[in-house]
Design a protein around this ligand. Structure first.
Ligand SMILES: Cc1cc2nc3c(=O)[nH]c(=O)nc-3n(C[C@H](O)[C@H](O)[C@H](O)COP(=O)(O)OP(=O)(O)OC[C@H]3O[C@@H](n4cnc5c(N)ncnc54)[C@H](O)[C@@H]3O)c2cc1C
Length: 477
């Protein structure tokens, strides 16, 4: 019997698992995928937005602002990267300039540091702004993170503090009983299992409405996936832009951005297209052409010949046009963190705090765990000095065996990714934890080596490593 069962190990589920693990509670974090952060948390713009954009009075505005103020400390505690690179919102027409002024007022009303700059001043800081850019809104508190790194780190800490992480557990039915819920899950081998919990949190991303309908009979809201497609540009010594460049927002959302990443790449995207298929994360020539066309309005000289990858993510866009964070009115003990589209990544720590402290905390006493174990960040060899590297290699020769030449990742780092708390058993999971395959060759050289190490270190065979069971029909890469 769990006290709380969280459905969905994206950024929201991971934050809630970590926050709940501070208390003497029995918690399960359940996901249908074979790793943490495989939904929207894996494929987004990675920006901690300052909070200037959401409409006043919405949960998006409240949780965005609170979340953006919480992130830096949390990343420091977890030992994950956080970079306050700042942002410009670039107006490229007379009409856009007046919207920029309204955004400036909104930022000031919310105590967000902001300034309006003329074209010349903006060009001094970002020389690759397009010729049409007339004025910008400077938002120095905007930041970037690596979203899946944060979700994995949170889950590691939750697991170290007795949370059960149940991957490849697809929730297929939920029945409300007298004092608890009976949750039916399908596991990797197709068999069924039942879990019981006093409380449930629905953080199931694009499936949150269907999960709610399992227990309630129907869902009063619906989720439409909104696809966003991207280009990833190779790492440069002098990146084209040093901060996030937004266009002026429109009815379609924040628009197509240029985003420097923590690891020195440049992201260009996303598009914004409502689709029906909740599994469709393929890219398209029309989506990518739209991105190329739109970015030209704000940033010039983008080296599209240096693209190393395209990808797409799905925003769980809700019919209420706002986040839904509440206890379900008709199902006491069932909590929703649904329709968490952008700025959900930014809002996640604040959503979690509210769900844990206000919603769950109003039902059960939150007794702090006597011994709380903090996450120990893994070694990143390329960040060490020559002396530190030598000492580490002498004590553990696996750190002297290079696996990924593009990103300079060693066997020691791959082994750590496999054996850490919430460690992985997939090639993609290793890639998310320590980056082999993220570089220019996109895994051409290192993936076979990572696969060999995984088979050696776990009981998994090579065919099992690369293919999901037949009925899923999806390739693990
Ligand atoms: C293109 C794009 C750009 C974005 N850019 C930004 C940005 O720059 N900044 C920002 O703040 N936000 C951004 N967002 C929004 C942000 O990514 C999301 O709000 C956030 O990742 C949502 O996290 P989540 O945990 O709610 O959902 P998800 O990460 O989607 O996690 C849901 C999880 O539920 C699991 N699940 C679903 N059904 C079941 C089931 N039946 N059984 C078990 N598990 C199940 C899934 O496998 C998944 O892992 C962007 C989103 C997209 C798509």
């Amino acid at each position: 019997m769990y006290d709380v069962l969280i459905i969905g190990a994206g950024i929201c589920g991971a934050f809630m698992a970590r926050d709940l693990s501070r208390y003497e509670l029995n918690v399960a974090l359940v996901d249908r995928e074979d790793d943490i952060a495989c939904g929207a948390t894996m494929a987004n713009s990675a920006i901690v937005h300052s909070g200037h954009d959401p409409e006043p009075g919405t949960l998006k505005a409240r949780f965005n602002l609170e979340g953006s103020r919480m992130y830096e400390d949390i990343c420091r505690e977890l030992g994950v990267a956080f970079k306050r690179c700042g942002a410009f919102v670039a107006a490229a027409s007379f009409e856009e300039e007046s919207i920029l002024e309204r955004l400036y007022e909104r930022a000031r009303d919310r105590d967000i540091p902001a300034a309006l700059l003329g074209r010349e001043e903006a060009l001094e800081r970002e020389p690759h702004l397009s010729d049409g850019v007339r004025r910008v809104l400077d938002l120095p508190t905007t930041a970037i993170i690596t979203p899946w790194e944060v979700a994995i780190a949170l889950t590691e800490e939750a697991v170290s503090n007795h949370t059960d992480l149940l991957l490849e557990h697809t929730v297929t039915a939920i029945r409300r009983e007298q004092d608890s819920f009976l949750v039916t899950v399908r596991t990797r081998d197709g068999s069924q299992k039942q879990l019981r919990s006093r409380f449930i949190v629905d953080a199931a991303g694009v499936y949150a409405d269907q999960i709610y309908a399992m227990v309630s009979g129907y869902s009063p809201f619906s989720i439409t996936p909104k696809k966003g497609e991207y280009y990833v540009i190779d790492r440069e010594e002098h990146p084209l832009v040093s901060r996030v460049i937004y266009p002026v927002p429109s009815a379609k959302g924040k628009g197509v951005l240029a985003v420097p990443t923590i690891h020195g790449n440049l992201l260009i995207g996303p598009s914004s297209d409502p689709i029906e298929d909740r599994e469709d994360v393929g890219t398209s020539s029309s989506g990518l052409s739209y991105v190329k066309e739109q970015i030209a309005r704000t940033v010039r000289d983008i080296p599209f010949h240096k693209v190393i990858r395209n990808f797409a993510g799905l925003r769980p866009s809700g019919s209420t046009h706002d986040f839904i964070v509440e206890e379900a009115r008709d199902v006491p003990g069932f909590f929703l963190a649904a329709a968490i589209e952008s700025p959900g990544l930014t809002a996640a720590p604040a959503i979690s705090r509210y769900v844990v402290e206000e919603l769950i905390g109003s039902h059960i006493p939150l007794v702090p765990r006597r011994e709380y174990i903090r996450r120990q960040p893994p070694v990143v060899l390329c960040q060490l000095s020559a002396e530190e590297k030598n000492a580490l290699i002498r004590s553990n020769p696996a750190y002297g065996h290079m696996v990924c030449r593009c990103e300079q990742i060693t066997e020691g780092e791959v082994l750590s990714a496999i054996h850490r708390p919430a460690g992985t058993r997939t090639v993609k999971g290793v890639k998310k934890r320590c980056r082999p395959g993220m570089g220019r060759c996109q895994g051409g050289f290192c993936e076979p080596l990572v696969a060999e190490i995984l088979c050696r270190e776990t009981s998994i065979t090579m065919p099992e490593l690369f293919y999901l069971p037949q009925e899923e029909g999806r390739n693990r890469l």
